[in-house]
Design a protein around this ligand. Sequence first.
Ligand SMILES: CC(C)(COP(=O)(O)OP(=O)(O)OC[C@H]1O[C@@H](n2cnc3c(N)ncnc32)[C@H](O)[C@@H]1OP(=O)(O)O)[C@@H](O)C(=O)NCCC(=O)NCCS
Length: 386
Amino acid sequence: MGSIGGGTGSPRIDKGLDDVYVMESRICFVDGVKGRLLYYGYDIRDLSDHSTFEETAYLLWHGKLPNRDQLAAFSAELAANRPIPKGIVSLLKGLPKETAPIDALRTAVSALAGYDPELNGQSREANLRKAMRIAAKVPTIVGAFHRIRNGQRVVKPNPKYGTATDYMRMLTGKKPDKKTARILDVALILHADHSMNAGTFAATVAASTLPDLYSTIVAAIATLKGPLHGGANETAIRALLAIESPEVAEEYVLKTLAAGQKVFGFGHRVYKTWDPRALILQDVAKKLSGKTGHEKLFMVAKAVEEAMVREVGPKGIYPNVDYWAGVVYYMLGLAPDLFPATFAVARITGWVAHVLEYWGDNRIMRPLDWYVGPKEAVYVPIDQRS
Ligand SMILES: CC(C)(COP(=O)(O)OP(=O)(O)OC[C@H]1O[C@@H](n2cnc3c(N)ncnc32)[C@H](O)[C@@H]1OP(=O)(O)O)[C@@H](O)C(=O)NCCC(=O)NCCS
C-alpha cells in the first residue's frame, strides 16, 4: 500500500522512473540491448524501406497494415483534414515572430480544441476522427507559422499530396522533388512512435484524468520540446554548426566531456547500443551531403560521433535519432528551430495510439512523493515574522 511519506524507513524512489512499467502495450517494442525497434511487430528497417508515413500512421492507430483501399481512404481523409480554421491563422499571426515553432504549435493545437464539434465525444471512433483532424492540421500549423514569421504568404495545403510533400510545400512554398519528399517521409516514419518516452508518458498522464484528446496532445508537445527529448535535434545541430572543421571535433568532444557537460544527440534511457533510427538517418545524411554541398557538416558529425563512441560508447552512450535527424533536416534546408516541431508532425501518431490504448483500460495516474519536510510548523501572523 502507498504511504503519505515522511514516516520511518526509506521507500524505493525511482527518480526518472527508469524501471517502472506503467502498462502493457502492443504498439511499440524497443530493444535497447540489440538496438531494435518494432511498431506492432514490424521492424523499423522494413517500415523505413517499404512503408509511408500515412501507412505507418494507419498501422499505429489500427494495429494492422491497411489494404490498398483502406490506405487510399485513410490518406484521402488525412489530406482533406489539413486546412486550418481562419481563426487559427489569425492566432498564429498574433504571436511574436520570435516564438519557437514548437511553442506556436502547442498554442495552436490547444486553440484548435474549441473548433472541434466532437471535442468531448469519448468513443474510440470519435477519438479516431479527432486524431485525424489534429494529425492532419499539425503540419499545416507549422508551415503557416513559419511563413508568417518570415513575412511570407501562407501556403494552403493541397490534398493531392502526401504529408511529407505537403509539409515541405507549406514550409518553403515549393513542391519538393520526389527524393527529398521521400527522405522526409522516412524521417517521419522513424519518429512516429517510441514506446513510453517522456512525451508519450505526459500524454498518458493527461489522458488518465479523462480530458479530451487535444489536451493530451498539448501535454505531449510541451514535453517533447525539452532539449533532453525532442529538442535535442536542434541543440545538437547548433553545436555541430559551431565546430569549425572535422579536425577540431575530437577536441570539442573531449572538452565538453571534461567539463561534465553533455554532447546533445547522444545517449538514451533505453538504447545502450546503436539506435537503429540513427543508423538509417546517418546513411541518408551521407548520401545527401554530397548532393547538398554539406560534406563538411557530415564529416564534422561523423568525427564527433567517432570520438563520442570511443570515449563513452563503453558506458552505453551512442548517437540517438535526434543527432542524425538534425543533420538530415539541416541538409534538407529546414531551419534548426523547426526541428522539434517537425518531430511533432510525426510523433502525434504515436501519442494518439498510446492514449487510445490507455483509454481502453484507464486508471488515473497518481504516484507518490516521499515527504521529507517539516511536520510541526507553527503559523506565525505576518506582522510577527522576521
Ligand atoms: C537521453 C538522456 C536524457 C538519457 O538520460 P539518462 O538515462 O537519465 O542518463 P543520464 O543523463 O543519467 O546519463 C548517464 C551517464 O551517461 C552520461 N551521459 C548521458 N548522455 C550523455 C551525453 N549526451 N553526453 C555525455 N555524457 C552523457 C551522463 O553524464 C551520466 O554519466 P555519469 O554516470 O558519469 O554521471 C541523456 O543521455 C541525455 O541528456 N542526452 C543528451 C540529450 C539527448 O540527446 N536527448 C535525446 C534523447 S533521444
